[in-house]
Design a protein around this ligand. Sequence first.
Ligand code: LLP
Length: 416
Amino acid sequence: MSYFDYKKGQLYCEGIPIKSLAAKFGTPLYVYSTHALTGQFKILTRLFAGQRPLICYSVKANSNLAILKLLIGQGAGLDIVSGGELYRAQKAGCPAKRIVYASVGKTKKEIEEAVRYGILMFNAESLSELRVLDAVAGRLKKKVKVALRFNPDIEPGTHAYITTGKKETKFGLDEYTLQAVYLHPAAYPHLSIEGIHMHIGSQITKAAGFVKAVKKVKTLIARLDRRGISVKTLNIGGGLGIPYDEEENSVVDEVKKQVIPFLKGMKVRLIIEPGRFIAGNSGVMVTRVIYVKDTPHKRFVIVDGAMNDLARPSLYGAYHRIIPVSRNARRTTLDARRVDVVGPVCETGDFLGKNRDLNVTEGEYLCVMSAGAYGFTMSSQYNSRCRAAEVLVNGTNARLIRKRETYKDLITKELV
Ligand code: LLP
């Protein structure tokens, strides 16, 4: 069910017309639906009901404190990748024992902060990192739990930039290095190496890659088992794709039929790290048309949201549906013109959508759909543009969860 739908020609988020939010809070504006977020979390709980995993929501997808708090309240843990995300996790009140920490470049300082906080587990990605982890744990007199990130060399069938489980990528350890670490734990006396972690990529819409990865890791776990080593935790990462287009199907059914059977009977504690699946279709970016510009070649719809607000179209050529906030009854699709929806940033790569059939007038609001994940978190102040505001809707209630930045915010850290 969608929590972003038209009623009498007006686009709503839950019980509130988006037009009224745009008028009240200004644009560009990120709008999130509480029930969409919790609903997606519940879908995963049901999907993995037989495994009862710890669901560590991936903070990078959308790290607003209000959203973290909401999900923590639903029982989620958090998957973090930096000291900054650890700080957010703490501020959102996440119990330490529900935090897992991945990243190829954790610094000594970041490791120390996380060890002190007492997080559940580090997902270690190199031998050098293991040495630093061990040294820090020793110095702080702690036994630190570690999962080794496995690079299974698998093609997940997604954009190259977000493919993370192939041997050419910087992530994880190959199976031989991983086994060697498991077989010689005495090299790291202050670590308890008890899990395997994987994350093969993001926006994966076919189960085939997951199936191959789970098969591979199952073989690896069995091989270790034969050598007397029991792997206690298996973290299969995130990566579940979402439909960005109305016609696309969700990957959930395929995962249910093809992946879950492989997990059955495995004697491991399961962890998953979904980000986009929870947040992606739970949020939109609302933007206002500044000008409609016709050239002999093309019509440009110039809006007040840009690549600095939503980088995905520019960065990955990603498709986001763009729809009017108010459907005008007098307007028909016959009036629609093929347009490029572009922002004010001074780059040709600054577009939100290309070749869209839209009939718009200056001043009206448009909604960029599926912007809840990797939207605000990847936004910047490029072109000295103030970052957008964020609003969380719950029924007929709307709460500002991040204020729009001001010009002062742009220079606050600068020294002259
Ligand atoms: N776990 C690890 C170790 C990750 O690196 C990621 C995402 C996740 C979990 C969550 O993945 P998800 O469930 O959201 O697919 N900026 C890109 C996506 C980058 C994903 C990076 N890692 C985009 O806008 O498509």
